[in-house]
Design a protein around this ligand. Structure first.
Ligand code: AMP
Length: 472
């Protein structure tokens, strides 16, 4: 099966070939014809499946086939709106729009919180065909009458389950209310909770349904292993693994921001270049860390779950769970960063006695036992007693204005942290006694001010990008 056989134009096929893709991935093979046909779509696909090209390519084709209107400022009103849960994902999706649309005359821009709003207002005034946005900032822009939704033809909700997890449902509903009723809707989600089904029922009209990976399944290609270890020896074990096996590009997950910072410092002291990314870092620092990591100038990126969402690094060889997540679905998302689009990868989890329940819940979810290998010199103390993992207050991993709706959970393992935007539970979780219930989303106020990021940090947002050629 070729991209041309899916009905894509020569300009798009050429752009895809430039990326070195020879064959559509399963989600692309199904989503591209469905979107080209013009109907609504409900797609079950995790990041790593090639879903971004799965919706971007047919959208570009549809928009390039018809002329958009001209708005009152003389620019073009937005014709496609793509909503994503995080800034990083928004930036990456817009980059894909530019990559695949490079031989077309369409324009795009990305808007998200944590960076100055004025460049975004100017970009929108000029007009763009495709707008990629996180919900909070988009509403701010709408309130300031900086964005015209009246000519939207296509709406995409990307990683819809993540958006709901992060408490964006009210923002999404507000956005839906002001969009034109007649439009094509595409909803992508890795999982299908009741909440997602309700959203889909209200949003989609007789959608085509596609599901490429088994729900909540781990990517088959990923080699998974657990290294049991005492909690105090985790950092030493990680350093040992990185040095012994010469890992040069490792994404490491911690439960908390504080834990991420501490671990990055630890690794740097050991001569391993590492940076932490999480919601308390400025957008500039996060963008810089990510690009250095992609270029492999940085060996280790230490991330919290929310900050890492949607991070796309091709063929990332190693993902390490320094702490197991307390939400088992997060394990699936974390390890999905490796073994992407056909590449093999390895997911290593360092598990201490405190995390036995988390491990049990994860194995139940993925319906398999993860092989366990004790590393010589790091044998765990068989008499070690489990300690409660503290569910600290305010663990919401806020991501800037409008994105402060963390889950109000996390904590423990790597220490406290959190920027106090989620409504944390402040309880201790006793391993081996309680089940790991998904904590209620710690919904922060709809409009928390700031998120730690500073305006003026070099924003990729706000610039209008022409996907190719001259503007119309
Ligand atoms: P996504 O699931 O959209 O985050 O994409 C995951 C990764 O797969 C990205 O790095 C893409 O560049 C890559 N990719 C997308 N489509 C293809 C394809 N047809 N063949 C190989 N790699 C692809």
């Amino acid at each position: 099966m070729s991209f041309a056989a899916l009905g894509l134009s020569e300009a798009l096929v050429r752009a895809v070939a430039d990326q070195g893709y020879t064959q559509p991935t399963p989600i692309q093979a199904q989503a591209i014809p469905a979107v080209l046909a013009g109907g609504d779509l409900l797609a079950g696909a995790q990041t790593g499946t090639g879903k971004t090209a799965g919706f971007t390519l047919p959208i570009l084709q549809r928009l390039s086939q018809t002329q958009g209107a001209v708005n009152p400022f003389g620019g073009r009103p937005v014709r496609t709106l793509i909503l994503t849960p995080t800034r990083e994902l928004a930036a990456q999706v817009e980059e894909s729009v530019r990559t695949y649309g490079k031989y077309l005359k369409l324009t795009s821009t990305v808007v998200f919180g944590g960076v100055g709003i004025n460049p975004q207002i100017s970009a929108l005034k000029k007009g763009v065909d495709i707008l990629v946005a996180t919900p909070g900032r988009l509403l701010d822009l709408h309130q300031q009458r900086a964005v015209d939704f009246s000519k939207i033809e296509i709406l995409v909700l990307d990683e819809a389950d993540r958006m709901l997890d992060m408490g964006f449902i009210h923002d999404i509903k507000r956005i839906l209310k002001v969009l034109p009723a007649k439009r094509q809707n595409l909803l992508f989600s890795a999982t299908f909770s009741e909440e997602i089904k309700t959203l889909a029922d209200g949003l989609l009209n007789k959608p085509a349904m596609i599901e490429v990976a088994r729900r909540n399944s781990t990517v088959e290609m990923i080699k998974q292993v657990i290294h049991p270890v005492d909690r105090e020896k985790k950092a030493a074990l990680l350093i040992h693994l990185i040095k012994t096996y010469d890992w040069d590009q490792v994404l490491v997950f911690t439960r908390t921001k504080h834990g991420a910072n501490r671990l990055a410092e630890h690794l740097n002291h050991a001569g391993i270049s590492a940076m932490a990314i999480h919601g308390n870092k400025s957008q500039g620092a996060r963008t810089r860390a990510l690009s250095e990591f992609k270029e492999t100038d940085l060996e280790v990126l230490v991330a919290t779950d929310i900050a890492a969402r949607g991070i796309d690094i091709e063929e990332l060889p190693h993902v390490v769970n320094y702490d197991l997540p307390n939400v088992p679905e997060d394990y699936v998302h974390r390890i999905g960063r490796t073994g992407r689009a056909g590449a093999t990868g390895e997911a290593v989890s360092l598990v201490c006695v405190d995390e036995k329940d988390f491990l049990r819940d994860i194995e139940r979810l993925i319906k398999r036992e993860i092989p366990s290998v004790v590393i010589p010199g790091f044998e765990p103390d068989p008499n070690a007693k489990a300690q409660p993992i503290l569910m600290g207050r305010g663990q919401g991993q806020g991501q800037g204005r409008g994105q402060g709706q963390g889950r109000g959970n996390g904590g423990g393992g790597g220490g406290g942290g959190g920027n106090g935007q989620g409504r944390g539970q402040g309880q201790a979780r006793q391993p081996a006694k309680q089940t790991t219930a998904r904590a209620a989303p710690g919904r922060a106020p709809a409009r928390p001010a700031g998120g730690g990021a500073k305006p003026g940090a070099r924003p990729p947002a706000g610039a209008v990008h022409r996907t190719g050629g001259r503007g119309r």
